[in-house]
Design a protein around this ligand. Structure first.
Ligand SMILES: *Cc1c(COP(=O)(O)O)cnc(C)c1O
Length: 326
């Protein structure tokens, strides 16, 4: 283990509140939906924060825009760089377009054509690499050096975390008195930001992270008391295929989370169907983690007011149709 000599700069709720100001007029204040069916089934009141209806189809715009908005004039001139084939790429691309700065996204050459097209559609340059023979971090570092661009990581970054935390800030403002909050967890950016908001706005609210059972790197880390790295997990929740939390996200999660629960892919598919059939909304598999965790995480919710963060709705339609038909 290496000694970390510089103390971690953890974001605070003040950073979340500042991010909320920056995001005004940029990110949607997404709606909070309810369902009588699920309330009757659970004997509880559930409140769904719909980030599947956010711009770019996921909460990631919040953190991406907040990070880019804080660039210095020099950083703005050279632009932002990200490596991602998912929602973070599109979020960085749109945020850069809004702020009128260049963006470069490093993606595997076998990434879905629709994702590449969407990212280019926001004006970003896409550079591809071979995921089996090339190291994306080395490529990104080289490009960042050559072009003077600033690399924005998808979760382990103060400003990204602060931006993601505005999701729970809005929910807790719109729905006071929540007893529980369920948040899906990949690298933990969304969860750690939401923890900051919950601590400040609803200290009595118990916040649970939800991971796929095959991809429980954060749960394992929490149990071990240090960051545990796992192999890339096989799960339909592609937004939660992270191998380890970051040092910043883990420090916040460890401090404030009630616990992390896990769910199976089968339970995610059930939740996707529930959203489609009963609530008439399209949710991506990772976005269904939070509801599946509330339903199957073994936590007694009867009589409680429960917040559910739906993180995103970007799913290839053919893939989605297969989940519904199975
Ligand atoms: C990125 C993402 C996640 C995971 O977020 P982290 O901050 O890495 O925990 C969950 N759901 C969706 C839809 C995402 O795009």
């Amino acid at each position: 283990m290496t000694m970390n000599t510089s103390p971690l700069q953890l974001p605070t709720y003040d950073d979340v509140a500042a991010a909320a100001e920056r995001l005004k007029g940029v990110a949607h204040r997404t709606p909070v939906l309810t369902s009588r069916t699920v309330d009757e089934k659970l004997g509880a009141q559930l409140f769904f924060k719909c980030e599947n209806l956010q711009r770019v189809g996921a909460f990631k715009l919040r953190g991406a825009y907040n990070a880019l908005a804080r660039f210095s004039p020099e950083q703005r001139r050279h632009g932002a760089l990200a490596f991602s084939s998912g929602n973070h790429a599109q979020a960085i691309a749109l945020a850069a377009q809004i702020l009128d700065m260049p963006a470069l996204i490093v993606m595997p050459e076998d990434a879905p054509a629709s994702k590449m097209a969407a990212t280019r559609g926001y004006g970003a340059q896409v550079v591809t690499y071979n995921r089996f023979t090339e190291d994306r971090e080395a490529i990104a570092a080289k490009l960042a050096g050559e072009r003077g661009m600033t690399l924005v990581p998808p979760y382990n970054h103060r400003d990204v975390i602060a931006g993601q935390g505005t999701t729970a800030k809005e929910l807790l403002e719109d729905v006071p008195g929540l007893d529980y909050l369920f948040v899906c967890t990949g690298g933990g950016g969304l969860l750690s930001g939401c923890l900051l908001s919950a601590r400040a706005l609803a200290p009595q609210c118990k916040v649970y992270g939800v991971e796929p059972e095959t991809g429980n790197d954060v749960q394992q880390s929490l149990r071990a008391g240090h960051i545990v790295r796992i192999d890339t997990p096989h799960t339909i929740a592609d937004g939660a295929q992270t191998q380890a939390p970051g040092d910043i996200t883990f420090a916040l999660i460890r401090q404030y989370v009630q616990d992390i629960v896990t769910v199976s892919d089968e339970q995610l598919v059930q939740a996707l169907r529930f959203y489609a059939e009963r609530m008439k909304i399209v949710v991506e598999p990772t976005g269904a983690l939070s509801l599946a965790g509330a339903l199957h995480g073994g936590i007694k919710l009867s009589g409680a007011r429960v917040g559910i963060v739906i993180s995103g709705g970007n799913v290839d339609l053919e893939r989605y149709a297969r989940f519904l038909a199975d």
